[in-house]
Write a protein that binds this ligand. Sequence first.
Ligand SMILES: Cc1cc2nc3c(=O)[nH]c(=O)nc-3n(C[C@H](O)[C@H](O)[C@H](O)COP(=O)(O)OP(=O)(O)OC[C@H]3O[C@@H](n4cnc5c(N)ncnc54)[C@H](O)[C@@H]3O)c2cc1C
Length: 424
Amino acid sequence: MNTAEADLRSVRSEVQPVLIAGGGPVGATLALYLAQAGVPVILFEGAEEFPLDLRASTFHPPTLDMLDELGLTEKLIPQGLIVREFQFRERASGEAFSFNLARLAGVTNHPYRLQCEQYKLVMTAAEMLEQYPHAEVRMGTKVLGYSSTSAGVKALVFDGEQEHCVHGSFLVGTDGANSRIRHASATLFEGLTYPERFLVVSTRFPFERVFDQLRWVNYVSDPDEWCVLLKTRDLWRVQFPTDPAADPEQLLSDAFIQDRLQRLHPKEGDYDIEHRTLYRVHQRVAETYRVDDRVLLAGDAAHVNNPLGGMGMNGGIHDAFSLGEKLVAIIREGADRHRLLDLYDEQRRGICIAFIQARTKENKRIMESKSTSLQEERRKKFRRLAESQEEQDEYLLESSMIKSLWDSLEIGKEKPADKGREAA
Ligand SMILES: Cc1cc2nc3c(=O)[nH]c(=O)nc-3n(C[C@H](O)[C@H](O)[C@H](O)COP(=O)(O)OP(=O)(O)OC[C@H]3O[C@@H](n4cnc5c(N)ncnc54)[C@H](O)[C@@H]3O)c2cc1C
């Protein structure tokens, strides 16, 4: 055994596990990150089996770079669809503006989006976790609450038959938008819920054959009914807004869905419908991601936003890497816990408010805008982008979330002026 392996073994035997509540994409990624760094971890998933959750389908370039470090990207690529170009389109005129992610080749190893359902990430990560004896996945086990001291944390879990207490070094709430951990810590989830629900419908119908110049990812603006048309490996997914006053049962009915699709593209006979789901959509951010010195929030437990731009899960995976890196430094190298956990909150909460929340709200505003001057503003912006390669590159860096990652890493960096002050 070499020194590094011996060192790792001693870390595993001395350290209490990091407890992770919630085995969605964020919890599963964090568990794998910690397991690969030799940190003991227990992932609790409330469901008996990982849910076949279809919500997120877009993985952005920097997320693929990160997942690559864990060996996940190469396993996801064959399960998804590589998309180099995405498009903004005017529903009425068909005018289209396309952006090519290949232009980012100098700054990312993955200059494309991967369209792949989020459950495939969870299942692949869970399978990889099996090879680490210090990583445990407890299915059908809900985390109900916790207590924490400066020395560690105790989680109350329910395995379907019994309640148990499990001790750990840290507890991370990755248990989604209705997070128990966030509720138990009386952490506010500030923001708004949109009145309209989003309807997502999947079909095998080949839209690429009927719409001219369609790409595999298309944001379609319209003052009456915007929509998003996304392709995964086997299906087209269409997202529409719905009338806030409508009955949810009616919105999910065959008649309603067929009518919406026929309005998008009239054709003979019904569309085949593979999935249909109605989502409530929110813009909310927890008042802190660092509940105390032992309890943290990440992913949807910490922030939620509308899906226009595909930033919720991606942002959550960026949280998992930021937090994972800091927990490893604290646990393995004895780094300053207070400073690093504060930094996690400043970096990830800071960038969520400054960029992810702002950008997704703006995406919705420009797609649904009813005012003719705003619609003209949108068209002008895209025409300008189409003409200037420099502005296009800026836009690609931003919309692919690369710039937000760079910006988050700048937060909390020691500035030369701070050094000078310390020395004085
Ligand atoms: C229509 C739609 C489309 C979207 N598309 C995209 C996209 O393309 N790209 C993107 O980046 N984002 C997208 N999102 C957002 C994305 O789905 C979420 O941001 C993502 O699922 C968050 O992952 P998470 O792991 O934080 O939480 P979740 O995925 O909600 O996972 C939480 C997990 O915790 C478990 N759990 C809950 N409570 C407990 C408990 N008490 N104890 C133990 N386990 C518990 C749940 O069973 C679940 O498995 C979309 C969202 C919607 C609604």
